[in-house]
Design a binder for this molecule. Sequence first.
Ligand code: G6Q
Length: 541
Amino acid sequence: MTANLTTQPAWKKLNSHYEAIKATHLRDLFADDPKRGETFSLDAVGLYLDYSKNRITDETLSLLIELAESAGLKDRIEAMMTGQKINTTEDRAVLHTALRAPSGANIEFEGRNVVPDVHAVLDKMAAFCEAITSGSWTGHTGQPIRNIVNVGIGGSDLGPVMAYQALRHYSNRNLTLRFVSNVDGTDFAEATRDLDPAETLFIIASKTFTTQETMTNAHTARTWLLDGLGADPSAVAKHFVALSTNAQQVAEFGINTDNMFGFWDWVGGRYSMDSAIGLSTMLAIGPEQFHQMLAGFHEMDQHYRTAPLDKNLPVLMGLLTVWYTDFFGSQTTAVLPYDQYLSRFPAYLQQLTMESNGKSVTLDGDRVDYDTSPIYWGEPGTNGQHSFYQLIHQGTHLIPCDFIAFGKSLNPIGDHHDKLSANVFAQGEALAMGKTREEVLAEGTSEELAPHRVFEGNRPSNTLLIESLTPAVLGKLVALYEHSVFTQGVIWQVNPFDQWGVELGKVLAKKIVPELESTDQPLAHDSSTNRLIQRYRSLKA
Ligand code: G6Q
């Protein structure tokens, strides 16, 4: 069976509407409506979204909203936020919004209010942070902890890395934070080469506590520590803590479960940076600011749940993504933060967006006959301008861009910030308006060079303009994209919360490890894989 989305009335209307407006230029839309910049903007929960530079009209928006309504978006949001098992392929609830609910809230899952459990863990994390920063928690030799190494991968790494970079301005500079994720030994070696084991704490972050990469790095960390501290196994207790849902595996590894910070089955890996997985973030910025971040998340959750669909930031952004992906055939979306602190934000979003909606069957198992998640990518501005922006301006692909800009710099040095901000506004303007042949010729460019210097324009972008990057704002931004992804998933009828696509490679890798360790084990792969393994064996020898 194929999915029924494209046969729905709202979809069909969008199709005809697309045919009618696909040639309309943003230049004309702005010329026809001097108030467009105001009409197509939304100021909510401290974020200002200008979405006027999108190839949309009032009609586009009402049809997209109709599509969301016919998909039952409001009910799906309620189902998610009230703990229904909407992750049907894994039979799980999806309650990351409970991780940032205020302590008095009541969110029930299987008859139990989970909010007190969430806050008990947050309190335990805060007490631990206090013990580390005050120096009352010491290492095995009595020295205070100065280095924190988070060992995790995927959802147990990308959020913590991104948040640490993003909130560095607010961080305790007495602590050195490092992140080890890759099973490539280089990652561990470089992260630890200048650290003193006596002052180093490893946070083993793994929901399952069985992930090959993380367990390999965790064992290497233990060996490194014991080699450095004289092989007394009791040292592990003072230098290792675990973030996990799997107490049994944590104990088997040798970490006292008193030093384990738990979370729950209903927290997906890529939705977990605000759970115990955020311990490194809390250590860096302190419990109070971590709570401000959670409050920011919660504000966006409330907005998503209660604001009308046409005044709802994540809904608008999600629907615009559907509009470009399925009607304009856009394959990618660029996220371009004009803030160096957000340098890892696009990488973080790659997992959030693509692992969530990179699916080709619906919840019912039917094959889709439309595109799902675009490819997300990006780099901070202005650096990207000196590299790949050429393709966004004059290439053959239509690439919707999300610009993220701030009114105030956290490092207000000279006129840097005005120059930075001038660039972000200029890029949005140039992409939308372009430069016509007439304008190019009027500047004195020769006929011969003119085609090279014409900018077609009509390239869409959103601009988020925010006062400044605070912990609360980071929470809001992450929740904005989480819910935009959910909105897209609801329209596309896919399950944004499983990731079966990563399984096959993992299973095969497990099978190949012994084949690489052996020199003569017979190989039964395809001829390409067999030859690669044989060549690897001889290179290794
Ligand atoms: C995220 C994915 C995946 C996961 C990692 C780490 O949504 O499920 O990226 O986070 O595979 O898993 P563990 O935390 O169990 O080690």
